[in-house]
Ligand binder design. Sequence first.
Ligand SMILES: Nc1ncnc2c1ncn2[C@@H]1O[C@H](COP(=O)(O)OP(=O)(O)OP(=O)(O)O)[C@@H](O)[C@H]1O
Ligand SMILES: [Mg+2]
Length: 477
Amino acid sequence: MFSKYKKTPETAAARKPAAVVDLAPPPAAHAAKTVVRKAAQPAAAAPIDKDVKRKQRMGEIKLELHRALLDNLNLAALEHASEADLRQEINAISAEILSEKSIVLNREDRMTLNSELFDEVTGLGPLETLLKDDTVNDILVNGPQQIFVERDGKLQLTDITFKDEKHLLRIIDKIVSAVGRRVDESNPYVDARLQDGSRFNAMVPPVAVDGSLVSIRKFKKDKLAIDDLVNFGAFTEEMAAYLQAAVATRLNIIVSGGTGSGKTTTLNALSSFIDNAERILTIEDTAELQLQQTHVGRMESRPANVEGKGEVSPRDCLKNALRMRPDRIIVGETRGEEVIDMLQAMNTGHDGSMTTIHANSARDGVSRLENMIAMAGIEMPLKAVRSQISSAVNLIVQASRLQDGSRRMTSITEITGMEGDVISMQEIFRYQRVGLTPDNKIIGHFTATGVRSHYAERFRMWGYDLPSSIYEPIAAQ
Ligand SMILES: Nc1ncnc2c1ncn2[C@@H]1O[C@H](COP(=O)(O)OP(=O)(O)OP(=O)(O)O)[C@@H](O)[C@H]1O
Ligand SMILES: [Mg+2]
């Protein structure tokens, strides 16, 4: 992978003296001076300026060392080396080069440098720190100089950068080639899954105008469970009890929501209510769900390769899944023609199936389903389409990311049948917004709408006798 970056002996030799001049503290005397100067300057004098300069200098040293490392390391052996060995090797080579170039670093800088070099050689460079940071949900790169992260539902600009577009492209290339994909001018965008399970998407120039665009949805080892979501205020205990009854009594559920609103998280949490004895098959573009049950078969669809071959669409997986004796089918996201098989599965004995769709409300979600059916080229009168949807889907759960970054289940709506040409629905729970605090936090509360569940009798028959009080609205405080 690195071979194309490997310098020939001549160029490496030719570069060395110049590099020493470039790097801040050339030969011994200067190096010593730098250390003295560092110590003598009071930290308060110009901390930001000093910090930037220090970062720049470290960046330059790192780059130089990285080049030297690539020249020195046996890259073929690298793949089989243990982490400890590799770290040791990197530390030794870097110490040697630093002393050769008479660069003196304090212990802390040296350790940071070595760990960054390790990340450069084996991992994903500047992205590595962010991938390790558990408070980060999403990483969004807009060209080499701008990396945003999402923490607590809010986007923040980081001070981490790539050296230049080439550096960024090299990291993208490393990620996608590891999963047998390619990204270049003729193939400018790609989806992949990182080794740790994170979802990765990249688009490179010239389609990405100002430098490569990368989005990473970090994989959470400990997925948010129902209790966590209740504690975070995503929904109430009453709503959780209702959802438990809905899942356990095998209602077909669609989780609807905008991008990053918590659809997959909700789907995953809901799945915890499924009985352990059931056979569950999951179908996803990128395997994100982590079901706790013992009997789970996971499928991951895949796009065509560079030659346009080998595609396995979600629909292919779904069709095949129907032959695999599932009790329930969970489709990570329904966005295309697989909608037909999904609805059919829901209608024909695989009740208790679940999926997510991109939509802003339950009504909107139904329209999305109608559109997907139309786009799949199925010529059916609208009324027939709606009747198919209304008999397949029982419940639409709306996930939303509100403007203050909080994620909430803003509505739980039941589909109750057809009235003429229209699908009839009733909202059971909703999030009632009442205002905004001065620091832009949303004030609101969850409430039942006062409508008793259409499925209350079914719940009771299955042993989920919910008290009628959970359907009583809560007055605004
Ligand atoms: N209620 C919540 N409170 C805090 N964080 C949450 C909550 N729900 C989801 N998250 C976090 O928000 C991020 C996005 O969630 P998730 O992947 O479920 O969204 P999504 O709607 O499926 O996104 P996409 O449209 O990209 O598939 C995740 O990192 C998840 O851990
Ligand atoms: Mg998702």
